[in-house]
Design a protein around this ligand. Sequence first.
Ligand code: ZN
Length: 261
Amino acid sequence: MNIKRGTIYLLVLIVTIMTCGWSDMDDHFQIPAEDSLKFRELYRIENQKVKPVISYEDESKRKQVALTFDDGPHPKNTQLILDILKKHQANATFFVLGNRVNLYPDTLKKIYEEGHEIGNHSWTHTNFTSIGLDGIRQEVTHTNTAIQEILGYKPQLVRPPYGAVDETVQGAAKLPLILWSVDSLDWKLRSSSAIVQEVLSNVSNGSIVLMHDIHSATPEAVDAIISNMKKKGYHFVTVSQLLKLEDGQIGAVSGQLIYSK
Ligand SMILES: [Zn+2]
């Protein structure tokens, strides 16, 4: 189960937190904000019973983190984030929803063309632990097919909605399940300065940071976070770059839950 020399190793167990907020999403989502938040908090508490086992090692000792953005593409906020990333010459990973890629194909293309990684965040943002093996495979496959039709590229990483994972989800996944080690809480805080503070007080070398490109407070926070961390010597890379999953190493971690550090 060695991914590649000196890389990340992750035997991970269950999930912690939840993704996504709903109240300032623009459209196309049916889940009421209050229900979603309630579910998220419940899920987080339940899963604190199980601690992840993680190790991270990078021979280069280069300080790097992976910023990740879920639930897009969003016609306005994704673009704002792309401009900020370009300004800082930073890379990131966008876990997109299948039901949004055909609505905003140009935004999807721009993410890809500007050198960022695109991951699969399901088609409908449903909780994978409640839809069974076939349902999970359908959500993942449908989304990857839609992305491939637009980009000619098939995502290699899956982020399960809400970070909700059980043995069925792990069994169904043909790709690594990428969770996170730092939650920006942008889905809850909705204030750029609060998001910045939350991330900067928790981030460290090797972190995978959860954010969302659908919330209006997130772009400004991203700009401040990158500016601050660049001064401390950090580099911003994609998840595959951080985990050294390029060069055909994906199979080694298929179905595993990955947090990084
Ligand atoms: Zn999400």
